[in-house]
Design a protein around this ligand. Structure first.
Ligand code: ADP
Ligand code: MG
Length: 695
């Protein structure tokens, strides 16, 4: 096959709807379409026909194996490859892929975290095809997006609850839209656009940093001086390599049908961003998993390392994953679109208020879902959204809503008095009206949640958004139920909005979210400020959350308890790896380097006149050496004690309050040494070298 432009092979590795239409017998295709629109379940004959077409297509495109591609609770993706080829009764090779293999798989489930949902005697887990996200080919393997459930049907992955939450919000939003008079709307889908931030560094240097390799972040090292920051050496020598990398990333993603463009991002040196065009939530999240995968693999090919960690370098901007979220009807309307006259757009007002209510009712859940151990270094720091959840609406929309509180709600609210843009239609995405410091910003016709950590799966955040929104919408619907005339529905709708805003106004904040004033102001308003991830994990098993998730059948209580356990365990294990790595580096690299520094000056000590500088340096190095070895022993000792705590949540809390500060103390000693280390001795790549290419 020869292509004229790079776009000619766009989507060639996706078993898309277009391919299905071309390759499937028409009745099979319609049957599949009906399954997709939830009118029908898939029967065996249809599944066999789809499997056959999928196999043919995959083989023609170079695939040799197939796999159920799923998203275990580790947050990454997993696959178990099976070959298409099997022997027939005469021992000859036969290419086979049945409807049964397409629909159901049985990976070895024992190695994936389940939070105790799988006792060993029933360790089996099953994967089931998720036909709402297209199959694709990656590394010559046909990947079939799947959910992963236990022998007893409990979900063991990130996708199954997501699909349930999509159904919940579909139902709730459709119900409300219908009540508001739009009877032709039959489905509402949340759509998501995920902006992915990452660092790209030279692989040779990466290989010399055990901390980056084992933990994804630097456990020591500090920001170079300003002069180095201004040095453009790095960008002077690397741009062709970076742009070749980006071109290849784009191309690989285009082949997978992902509309994306990798771009430079000025926030921090060597930091970049990639944003695909938004699409259905489920597909968007699958695509984001692929994006992370392709970024890492392509980086390797270009002798780079792609760092997806939330905070690879202390003192520099961290990385996030911005979750742009809105609701789209099957009639093609965005429910957060303000339209020409937002103040008179009852549907817009009601949906905005539902969102405000949802977020203010469950801020802890959102904070939890956006976090992991890595994000603790990013949230609350002076360079990223604080750990306090608030909503920024922009002046214009906020004024309209505030006006609603003040006015007589039985009348339709007219436009804002004295507003300079009164009379003009609403202009979405006005760049002058954007607040970069808000964790949850309304940006024209969608909400951008910026708290999410860069390495995280976006699934849980969207499960939370969908479910809390479904509940808020339903509570509004139940007040509107049974009202006959549309004018009465509008009046009641406005009254409900007024009630919601009066109660939940506190979540709205348009000031500087990074300022210290906001922290005290938020406390006054009673908004939760949960300082660490571990402290937020329990929000999952809070009675309020259990009620929410079980009512909407997203998670059972048992599943919530299991997930809570997995998250606590994951946190403790992450830090355990960090502590062990740090200790290994200290023992095998830093302490020997300090000894070497002494070796270098020892001969001078034998001179008749020892220069003051040398005596001073000897003292300085000796002090660092003693301090470091002492602190490191303290860390080792305290950490072993922490590991004896059986309760994982208790252990996590001890880590946050005792181990993390100790790690920081150790870091400060290494950083102090790094600053005075001798160029000939210190052979671990410095920030300056990694980020700007100079030592
Ligand atoms: P910015 O960096 O200014 O926030 P970007 O263009 O980098 O903007 O990213 C915006 C993201 O939001 C893209 O992924 C885009 O496709 C997505 N997006 C745009 N409109 C919507 C919408 N209505 N719903 C959800 N996502 C959207
Ligand atoms: Mg953005």
């Amino acid at each position: 096959m020869k292509f004229e432009t790079v776009f000619d092979d766009f989507g060639t590795l996706v078993f898309s709807e277009k391919v299905m239409k071309e390759r499937l017998p028409y009745p099979v295709y319609t049957q599949w379409k009906q399954t997709m629109s939830k009118e029908n379940s898939l029967d065996r004959v249809t599944a066999d026909a789809i499997a056959h077409a999928m196999k043919q297509w995959a083989l023609e495109n170079g695939a040799t194996h197939f796999t159920h591609w799923f998203q275990p609770l580790t947050g990454s993706t997993a696959e178990k490859h099976d070959s298409f080829v099997e022997p027939d009764e005469f021992g000859n090779p036969l290419l086979r892929f049945s409807g049964k293999s397409l629909i159901k798989g049985e990976p070895d489930a024992s190695s994936f975290p389940s939070g105790g949902l799988r006792a060993t005697f029933e360790a089996r887990g099953y994967t089931y095809w998720d036909c709402s996200s297209p199959a694709f080919i990656k590394d010559n393997i046909l990947c079939i997006p799947s959910v992963f459930v236990s022998y007893h049907g409990e979900s063991l992955d990130k996708k199954a609850p997501l699909l349930k939450s999509l159904e919940a919000i579909d139902k709730a939003a459709t119900r409300l839209v219908n009540l508001l008079g739009e009877k032709d709307v039959r489905h509402v889908n949340p759509v998501v656009g995920l902006e992915q931030e990452y660092f790209l560094i030279d692989r040779d240097l990466y290989k010399k940093r055990l901390d980056l390799q084992f933990t994804g972040r630097t456990l020591f090292g500090s920001n170079p001086s300003k002069t180095q920051e201004l040095d453009d050496h790095y960008f002077g020598s690397i741009p062709t390599r970076v742009s070749n990398f980006m071109k290849e990333v784009d191309h690989e993603l285009w082949k997978l049908g992902i509309y994306v463009k990798a771009e430079h991002n000025e926030a921090a040196p060597a930091q970049f961003e990639l944003a695909p065009v938004f699409t259905n939530t489920n597909v968007a999240i699958d695509q984001n998993q692929l994006v992370m995968d392709i970024l890492k693999k392509t980086a390797e090919k270009h002798n780079f390392a792609c760092l997806l960690h939330e905070k690879p370098f202390a003192g520099l901007n961290g990385s996030g994953k911005h979750n742009n979220w809105s609701l789209c009807t099957d009639t093609g309307q965005n429910l957060f679109s303000p339209g020409e006259k937002p103040a008179e757009n009852i549907r817009f007002l009601v949906f905005m208020c539902a969102f405000i209510k949802a977020v203010d009712t469950y801020p802890e859940l959102l904070r939890m879902a956006a976090s992991n151990a890595g994000n603790d270094h990013r949230l609350g720091a002076n360079e990223a959204p604080p750990a306090i959840i608030s909503i920024y609406l922009g002046n214009y929309i906020e004024q309209i809503l505030m006006n609603l509180i003040k006015t007589n709600t039985t009348k339709v609210v007219t436009d804002i008095e004295g507003n300079p843009i009164l009379g003009l239609s609403y202009i979405p995405r006005d760049n002058t009206d954007r607040n970069r410091t808000s964790p949850m910003a309304f940006t024209g016709n969608k909400f951008e949640f910026r708290m999410l950590g860069s390495s995280l799966s976006a699934s849980t955040v969207n499960v939370v958004l969908n479910t809390i929104m479904a509940e808020a919408l339903d509570s509004i619907s139940s007040e509107l139920d049974g009202i006959k005339y549309i004018q009465d529905v509008r009046d009641k709708g406005l009254e409900i909005c007024k009630k919601i805003l009066t109660k939940h106004e506190r979540i709205l904040f348009s000031g500087d979210g990074y300022s210290s004033d906001w922290i005290s102001e938020a406390a006054k308003r009673g908004l939760p400020n949960i300082p660490s991830y571990v402290e937020s994990i329990d929000s999952l098993i809070d009675p309020k959350s259990i009620k929410l998730f079980t009512t909407y059948k997203i998670y059972s209580e048992k599943e919530l308890i299991a997930r809570n356990e997995v998250l606590n365990d994951d946190y403790c294990k992450t830090i355990e790896v960090e502590v062990r790595t740090l200790q290994q580096i200290i023992k095998r690299q830093i302490l020997p380097l300090l000894v070497k520094e002494i070796d270098v000056i020892t001969p001078i000590l034998n001179l008749n006149i020892v220069p003051d500088y040398v005596t001073h340096r000897l003292n300085e190095i000796t002090e660092l050496l003693n301090n470091l070895s002492k602190k490191n022993n303290e860390l080792a000792h305290d950490f072993e004690k922490v590991l004896l705590i059986d309760n994982l949540h208790e252990r996590g809390l001890k880590i946050v309050h005792e181990i993390m500060p100790l790690m920081l103390e150790v870091r400060h000693i290494i950083d102090a040494y790094e600053k005075i280390s001798s160029v000939d001795v210190y052979d671990i790549p410095l920030y300056g070298e990694i980020l700007f290419g100079n030592r």
